[in-house]
Design a binder for this molecule. Sequence first.
Ligand code: AHM
Ligand code: MG
Length: 334
Amino acid sequence: MPGRKLITLDEFTIQETRKFPQATGELSAILRDIGLACKIINKQVLKAGLVDILGSHGATNVQGEEQMKLDVYADQTLVNVLRNSSECAGIASEENDEHISFDDEYSLNSKYVVLFDPLDGSSNIDVNASIGTIFSIYRRVSPLGSPCTEADFLQPGNKLMAAGYVIYGSSTMMVYATKLGVNGFTLEPSIGEFCLSHPSMKCKENGKIYSINQGNTNKYSDGTRAFLNYCMEENKEEDRPYSHRYIGSMVADMHRTLIKGGIFMYPADKKNKNGKLRLQYECNPMSFIIEAAGGVSSTGNQRVLDVEPAELHQRVPIYIGSKKLVAKALEMHS
Ligand code: AHM
Ligand code: MG
């Protein structure tokens, strides 16, 4: 594009690193590695519709190759790329029961650990709707030079160094946040690079879209039901012009919430007292991003980022998005 300066993800993270003279560039390197893994995953996601032709998990395709389920493929890709990099001490993934510590000399001396949900919303693959990868980066608390431990992964969200997601949608985008803010990068397929397309993203103070699995309404608390009624009733009034949108893929629903404002909820219900979504793999990274963009996120009782995780796969209810609409939901919830 003559006359127009494209800024790649790598160039951007290096520029950001320069703002901190003591920074070593390790965080930028991890973001680059996650970007690389997600480009490899993206290539495979684009072929998802050909599963009947190429074969699915466990099946052998026409070339005689064993095919992997996409979420397993995504998980292994991230693990392999991060294992090969020298900046990551270990990972924890929604796909695995326990964390994995990398034990080569470089990894043992790395200060960061990474958590990810390799392919969130994977039930949407069959219908060709957007899915995504969600990731979080913590500075380890275990000593350098030794294998990382579970404690490194059980830190609250308020200790996050960075978090982000990649959405495999009508275009492929990476959005990541640090305490400096939130920036979005769209994959330019012809050069294979994520390029800065959404600088300094902000979540609107209020929004008109509420996003929830409304099919579960009977199981929600009275407060959540009251909020849903508030959104639905007298919908034509100018000051209450709410629309309901729910894709059922958190990355896609949150990407819309970040860009257009509104609220996304996955509350507790009568059967699932802690909701469905995972604190460490889904709720904390999304809460970190939304807060860095000026929004808020709560379990209904406390800030999501302040929840002390007790176990890796713990679930929490979540109300997240634009400040004013979330405040309204929480007021009615309480
Ligand atoms: P997954 O990690 O197994 O894909 O499940 C998480 C997904 C989220 O992306 C989405 O917000 C939620 O499950 C949808 O759940 P439901 O179908 O109950 O509405
Ligand atoms: Mg998930």
